[in-house]
Design a protein around this ligand. Sequence first.
Ligand code: PHE
Length: 338
Amino acid sequence: MEEDLRLAEEAEALAEQAEDSRALYEVKMQYLGRTGKVTALMKRMKDLAQELRPAFGKKVNALREKLESLFAAREEKLKEKELAARLAGERIDVTEPGRKLQKGALHPVTRVKNELIDVFAGMGFEVFEGPEIETDYYNFTALNTPADHPARDMQDTFYVADGILLRTQTSAGQIRLMEKKKPPIKMLSPGRVFRSDDDATHSPMFHQMEGLVVDKGITLCDLQGMLDEFARKVFAETSKTRLRPSYFPFTEPSVEVDVSCAACGGKGCSLCKGTGWIEVLGAGMVNRRVLENCGVDPDVYTGFAFGMGIERIAMLKYGINNIKLLTENDTRFLEQFK
Ligand code: PHE
């Protein structure tokens, strides 16, 4: 039975050496597990003479109890140590300042779009948005630009499928609205348009703001009056507009609208190339063919329409010299609009 004592000493030494509770568990299993050394001792009982058994059993049980409390004590110590280490490792410094959220700002195109909506909403215009993928009919044919019309070359079109295209102009929305709503109409239609065009002032995707007014007795003077108001609100209090003859298939007469240069007040500078005027948008009286295509009687109603490039207005307002800056998302550029 001296063996028992040795077992206990041996187990105690190993338990002391165990560096963590996992290692300790392993040692414990070596002695008290199902195939452990103490369990093996117990199994030897049946080989003993009957009268020796009770004493032997007692001894082994005492040994087992001793080892159990030894392991339990050691385990408690190790667990305490481990918890302390974990708490130290996971310590959170609640006094450390939080991460600051970067404050964003509206993109210049969004700012100008919102500003234009504000200005025209103040004059009673309602916003209408048409689809970006259009049919040939809405983008061209109904706008008095049938297939083979030379004016189709004015805008290089991205076709998606036969007769389906990425709209080249928000003018397509004029037709969609007039099919739904009878005059009086005062529509403002912002949106993305697409043309195969790419240089410092042209981008294959850009934004337009379309305007359409149809009612009895609408004249070109109404157009210019509204555009004057727009120029004063968006550019400068002293801004003026001038109309130059132009051509669009869906307007007759058609005009190109210039706004007096806000940079030099009309005296002439590098921005306006010395002319004192800056071309800002296209417009005109709605062609009677377009009204007819939408079931509006051109002998009763007249109207005007205009379309402006939102990027172009943003570039003029903020002195941006390359349209690409508006799509590159360089925060050094965008931060200037906070
Ligand atoms: N849709 C024309 C363009 O994209 C602009 C325009 C709109 C002209 C409405 C006249 C009337 O160039």
